[in-house]
Design a protein. Structure first.
Length: 465
């Protein structure tokens, strides 16, 4: 493969040195001193003006596979590249003044902005463990390599458990091996992960993968949606949570207004965190919330708690909460207590390893709250063996790594009653909601009943069983 480089300055010569083992390299340069320097390190140089088609043809451009212009003069680079386009299929140029990028791009030239490329190199040095590609793909930072550090919440998670909306994993480098991503592959400490997607989302995802600051709710979406019928405390809890989280903003659905609510909403409209307020007077707020949550904008919903009727308790009729949870894939916080939460309660049942563990850890770190993890053992007379000890050990290790205040309680008996008994108005219970499990008198849906009976707030993460 043959490459012709215009300019024997520092960039042109350095490029030639790097690739001459794999390419036939020829530099076109007019300055005699630069020519001598390039020749002294074994690079072939043709003397002449690179903006002349005659010079470029004599230099052999018709035989080149790639043409690269590296001078410090954008007019020279543009003119030379336009000529090169007549002979060479692949033309690349350094652009010194970013305001001229469009001229190069509209001429079919692959343009590399000098300032952005240098800034990216420096940024990569500053952000140890995270590297952004320069002019790969679209050249806007949509490809990032990040290293999974000890204590990262991503360690041990299967790729299928990561909600990849707006981003994906291109490859994983583990030691000297390249691993193609498969859904059952687990992330390990030290993995170098190649992320591809929206540059804004990748900033958050790469930080989450590395194990930096808490990211809730941005593992799922950028904003928080608050939906209530008439409860001002739900609105206050949602706004307070959003202000302490990594959410970019809040949207509000409020069904029935009074003077106090209107006054509160007016104050919200002038705040930085609330960009959009949705007020609906007729449609059911839960239906609107479910429709909005499917747009992909939201990372969590804060929902007003509703009473669970008799028919819902025995499974004849679905609750509004249940209908929402069966359709969406983001966390739902059922508002019912005091904020900020002084305690995050994570139940550990014998038949299910909680996917919501990472959320519980994240919220505890975010609010500096105690994490109480509660292992619920079946009653002794059932004869069932306990199988959740390894999960408790994992939680113990992770809370130590994150320096989270944590306590463990082992309880035995009815899981609904036991979990409710250890929570209070200042608690947030974090639970998985297993889709499709249903609810009836003989086999009650445990997370659903806990959510309705809890004294405080409850976070439910919908997951497929």
């Amino acid at each position: 493969m043959r490459v012709m480089i215009l300019g024997a300055g520092q960039i042109g010569v350095e490029l030639a040195k790097r690739i001459k083992g794999d390419w036939e390299v020829k530099i076109v340069e007019l300055n005699q001193e630069k020519i001598e320097l390039a020749k002294s390190i074994g690079i072939e140089v043709f003397k002449g003006d690179g903006t002349s088609s005659v010079v470029l043809r004599r230099a052999g451009i018709e035989e080149a596979d790639v043409f690269v212009s590296t001078t410090g003069d954008d007019e020279v680079n543009l003119e030379a590249c336009r000529i090169a386009k007549l002979y060479v299929p692949h033309v690349i140029s350094i652009v010194n003044d970013e305001s001229k990028m469009e001229e190069f791009i509209s001429s079919g030239i692959e343009a590399i902005p000098r300032a952005k490329a240098l800034a990216t190199v420096i940024e990569n040095r500053l952000q140890v463990g995270t590297y952004r590609a320069v002019n790969v793909g679209l050249g806007i930072g949509e490809i990032v390599e990040t290293t999974v550090l000890p204590g990262s919440p991503a360690i041990g998670r299967k790729l299928k458990s990561l909600k990849r909306k707006g981003w994906t994993i291109g490859a994983i480098y583990r030691g000297e091996k390249l691993i193609l991503p498969e859904e059952d592959l687990e992330v390990m400490e030290g993995d170098r992960i190649l992320l591809i997607g929206d540059p804004e989302i990748l900033k958050i995802v790469s930080e989450f993968m590395r194990g930096g600051k808490p990211q809730f709710p941005r593992q799922y979406g950028n904003r928080i949606l608050i939906a209530a019928k008439d409860d001002l405390n739900t609105l206050r809890e949602g706004i307070s949570l959003a202000s302490r989280s990594e959410a970019e903003g809040v949207d509000v659905i409020f069904q029935e207004l009074d003077l106090e609510v209107e006054s509160f909403l007016e104050d919200l409209c002038t705040s930085e965190i609330v960009d959009c307020v949705i007020i609906e007077g007729e449609d059911d707020y839960r239906k609107i919330a479910m429709e909005e949550s499917l747009t992909g904008r939201y990372g969590a919903i804060v929902l007003q708690k509703e009473k669970m009727g008799v028919f819902s308790k025995i499974g004849i009729r679905k609750t509004g909460l249940q209908s929402i949870l069966e359709e969406i894939e983001i966390p739902v916080i059922l508002s019912g207590g005091e904020f900020p939460y002084e305690k995050v309660v994570l139940p550990i049942f014998e038949d299910w390893a909680p996917i919501s563990l990472e959320i519980a850890l994240d919220v505890s770190r975010m609010l500096n709250s105690e994490l109480l993890y509660v292992r619920i053992n079946p009653p002794f007379f059932t004869g069932e063996e306990g199988s959740a000890e390894h999960i408790c050990e994992e939680i113990s290790e992770k809370t130590a790594l994150y320096r989270i205040r944590a306590n463990r309680i082992d309880l035995e008996g009815n899981p609904i009653q036991e979990v409710v008994s250890v929570s209070d108005e200042n608690s947030l219970i974090v639970l998985d909601y297993l889709k499709g499990r249903g609810n009836n008198l003989f086999k009650p849906n445990v997370p659903l009943h806990i959510a309705h009976k809890a004294k405080g707030s409850v976070l439910l993460l919908p997951v497929q069983e």
